[in-house]
Design a protein around this ligand. Structure first.
Ligand SMILES: [Zn+2]
Length: 254
């Protein structure tokens, strides 16, 4: 079970590896923050259950429909049914998610039956807005090879921006954030790969953090085939000192 400090927001990294990350030390993209789940790669469901967080999720924000960001979603929804959840779940995603869920259901994986189930409130948009309690979340279309929505989280305590997958530079009407969770798939020597596949380098993530005057940068969606995560961390810190390389299951009080 996860312990929450009273009055503090806790950011919990569930999976920090890129789609091409080799091995299980970093699972695919997902993090939890104040009742919100951002992306839902493979393995997310078990991690939420291990931490006692599954029932705390009120809204799920999917950046894009590449498998390393969404393939764990059906497992999460089925686990909620098994747990006899009654509260609705909000899901924001770029267009196409409903078709994916319908396909699973058509293959015999039921999300509900006559005695149990909960409402899925799906919003498919590249510019969604959703209020969860006192928190407002807005999405902006960034710069990946498929439509990818970055999410800005705003409340009285903090502002946080999560990029999902994107090449750099990307544009969104954001001047400043407290916390930036930026993908850093490659080190800068692999800039050509980054551009080709719509990704960013650690150096570019650090440049984004500087531009947004962030308090802290979390390097996310890191690959380990081209260079190590630690090499990406070193590269980012040369430009932005408050760069953090979170491990899976590491949490931070905001
Ligand atoms: Zn992607």
């Amino acid at each position: 079970m996860y312990c929450f400090l009273f009055g503090m927001s806790t950011l919990v990294f569930l999976g920090t590896g890129a789609g091409g990350f080799r091995g299980s030390s970093r699972q695919k993209s997902s993090f939890y923050l104040d009742g919100m789940l951002f992306d839902c790669g493979a393995g997310t469901c078990g991690r939420l259950e291990d931490l006692g967080l599954l029932d705390k999720v009120d809204a799920i924000f999917i950046s894009h429909l590449h498998s390393d960001h969404v393939s764990g979603l059906y497992d999460v929804l089925v686990a909620m049914v098994v747990d006899r959840r009654k509260r609705p779940v909000h899901i924001c995603s770029p267009p196409g998610l409903s078709d994916v869920l319908k396909l699973y259901t058509a293959l015999g994986n039921k999300l509900s039956d006559s005695t149990q189930g909960f409402e899925l409130k799906i919003k498919e948009s590249t510019s969604p807005v959703l209020n969860i309690g006192n928190t407002k979340v807005r999405g902006f279309l960034l710069n990946h090879v498929v439509p990818n929505v970055g999410y800005l989280v705003e409340n009285k305590e903090y502002t946080l921006f999560y990029t999902g997958d994107t090449a750099f530079p990307w544009s969104a009407p954001i001047e400043k954030v407290d916390y930036l969770i930026h993908e850093a798939t490659f080190t800068h020597q692999f800039l050509d790969f980054a551009k080709k596949y719509g990704h960013s380098t650690a150096k570019e993530a650090a440049q984004a953090a500087l531009k947004l005057n962030a308090k802290r940068l979390f390097l996310f969606h890191v690959d380990n085939r081209s260079s190590t995560p630690e090499e990406k961390h070193r590269e980012a810190k040369e430009i932005f000192a408050e760069s953090v390389l979170p491990q899976d299951l590491q949490s931070f009080n905001l």
